[in-house]
Design a protein around this ligand. Structure first.
Ligand SMILES: *[C@@H]1O[C@H](CO)[C@@H](O)[C@H](O)[C@H]1NC(C)=O
Ligand SMILES: *[C@@H]1O[C@H](CO)[C@@H](O)[C@H](O)[C@H]1NC(C)=O
Ligand SMILES: *[C@@H]1O[C@H](CO)[C@@H](O)[C@H](O)[C@H]1NC(C)=O
Length: 356
C-alpha cells in the first residue's frame, strides 16, 4: 500500500553523520526491496489473480546492478526482500514445508547475491499481512492464518512448518535475518502471538540461530504500539519467547498524516510518535528494527526523515532500519519513483533516488 518514498542516499548520508553525544549504534542500515509481492493485486478481486505469476515480468526480487550501486557506493549493508507466501507455497499444496522449488531458487539467488556476493545482510520478508490463500486484493484479502473458525484459513501449525523449512534452508548463513511477517493487522493479538511463537519454535527446532524480527498487530505501527487497551502490542509482544534470546521487534513508521505512506506532506514527527514504543522496548530490554518508513521528496519530508534517522541513532533500542523502497522490476508507477538506482518518477522525471 505504500508509495515508494524516502531515499537511500539521504539515509546513507545521515547514517554517516556521527552525532555528538550519541551513544547508540545502528548496526544495519539499508533499503526494503519491493516487488516479490507484486502482480497479485486485481481490480476485480478475482481469487488466484497473479498466481503464480511470471518471474521477471510480474515480480522479481532484486536487481543485481541496483544492489551493487547501493552496497558499493552507498555502503548499505541491509536489504529486506519481499516475497509472497502463495508463490513460495502454492495453494495446491498449501502453506507449509512444501515449496515451489523453482520459485525458491529465484529467491535464494537474490538472497545469496546480497549475503554471499556483496557480504550484506538480508531480511526475508513474507509480505502477507498474516494472511494466506487469496492475495488478489492485498493487504486486506486472504484468510487470517490460524483463524480456526475459517475453514479456508491456514493453521498456526502450518505457519510454523513453513518457517521451520525456510529457516533450515538459510541456517548456515548468519547474514540472513528472519522477518516473521509483514504488517499483521485486524486479528486478535493472542492469535498473532501464537503464530509468532510457532514460527520462533520451528526456526530454533530446525537448528537455525539466525536473528529473528517479530512484528506487532495494527500494521506493526510504532505510533500505535501502546494503543488498543488489552489488544495493544505493548500488552503482548514481550511475551514472545526465543530460547536463544536473538529476536528483535520489527516496527513500521511513516511520516504522513495517517502513517500510511500514502500522502505527500510529512506531518508526523517520529520522535514524538515513537516515544511510547521506545519506552516499552527499554522496559523489556528489547531491541528493534524499523523496516519500513518514508516520506516524499518535499523539503519538510527530507528534514523529518533526517530527524527520524537521528532519533534511531540516538536511542539504543534501535539497531537497524530499511527505508521503503527500492523497486527492481515491476513498479506500480509510484508518483515520485523509488529508491532504485536508475529508476524514474511516473512523469519520467528524476526518481526519489536522484531527488533527495
Ligand atoms: C475468522 O473467520 C470467521 C469465519 O469466516 C470470520 O467471521 C472472522 O471475521 C475471522 N476472523 C478474523 C480475525 O479474520
Ligand atoms: C535468555 O534470557 C533469559 C532471561 O534473561 C535467561 O534466563 C536465559 O539464560 C537466556 N538464554 C540464553 C541462551 O542466553
Ligand atoms: C519531486 O519529484 C517530482 C517527480 O520527479 C518532481 O517533479 C519534483 O520537482 C520533485 N520535487 C523536489 C523538491 O525535488
Amino acid at each position: 500500500m505504500k508509495i515508494s518514498l524516502s531515499t537511500a542516499a539521504t539515509a546513507a548520508a545521515y547514517a554517516a553523520l556521527a552525532l555528538p553525544g550519541a551513544s547508540a549504534t545502528i548496526y544495519y542500515a539499508g533499503v526494503a526491496e519491493s516487488s516479490g509481492e507484486f502482480g497479485a493485486w486485481s481490480a476485480t478481486a478475482q481469487v488466484g489473480t497473479g498466481l503464480p505469476g511470471q518471474f521477471g515480468v510480474d515480480y522479481a526480487f532484486i536487481s543485481n546492478s541496483g544492489i551493487d550501486v547501493m552496497a558499493d557506493q552507498h555502503k548499505i549493508n541491509l536489504f529486506r526482500v519481499a516475497f509472497l507466501l502463495e508463490r513460495m507455497c502454492p495453494l495446491a499444496t498449501g502453506l507449509g514445508s512444501k515449496f515451489d522449488e523453482s520459485h525458491f531458487g529465484h529467491f535464494k539467488d537474490a538472497i545469496d547475491y546480497i549475503t554471499k556476493t556483496k557480504g550484506a545482510y538480508a531480511i526475508l520478508d513474507p509480505h502477507n499481512y498474516m494472511r494466506y490463500n487469496n492475495p488478489s486484493s492485498q493487504p486486506f484479502s486472504g484468510s487470517v492464518i490460524g483463524n480456526s473458525s475459517d475453514p479456508t484459513a491456514a493453521t498456526t501449525a502450518q505457519f510454523g512448518a513453513f518457517w521451520g523449512e525456510l529457516a533450515s534452508r538459510f541456517a548456515s548463513d548468519e547474514k540472513v535475518i528472519f522477518g516473521l511477517m509483514n504488517e499483521p493487522h485486524d486479528m486478535p493479538s493472542s492469535l498473532l502471538l501464537a503464530n509468532l511463537q510457532a514460527a520462533v519454535d520451528a526456526i530454533r527446532k530446525a537448528g537455525a540461530k539466525n536473528l529473528i524480527i517479530a512484528p506487532g498487530n495494527s500494521w506493526t505501527g510504532g505510533h500505535a504500539w501502546t494503543q488498543g487497551g488489552a489488544e495493544a502490542n505493548s500488552a503482548w509482544l514481550h511475551k514472545l519467547v526465543d530460547p536463544l534470546n536473538n529476536t528483535a521487534i520489527d516496527i513500521h513508521e511513516y511520516l504522513d498524516q495517517d502513517f500510511s505512506g500514502g500522502h505527500i506532506p510529512c506531518t508526523q514527527p517520529a520522535a514524538t510518535n515513537l516515544a511510547g514504543v521506545t519506552a516499552w522496548l527499554k522496559q523489556h530490554s528489547l531491541k528493534a528494527f524499523i523496516t519500513e518508513f518514508g516520506g516524499s521528496n518535499t523539503t519538510a519530508c527530507v528534514g523529518m526523515l533526517g530527524d527520524m534517522l537521528d532519533y534511531m541513532a540516538q536511542n539504543e533500542e534501535y539497531i537497524g532500519w530499511t527505508a521503503w523502497a527500492a523497486d527492481p522490476c515491476c513498479t506500480d508507477s509510484a508518483q515520485y519513483g523509488s529508491l532504485e538506482p536508475g529508476s524514474t518518477a511516473a512523469n519520467g522525471g528524476p526518481s526519489l533516488y536522484d531527488t533527495i
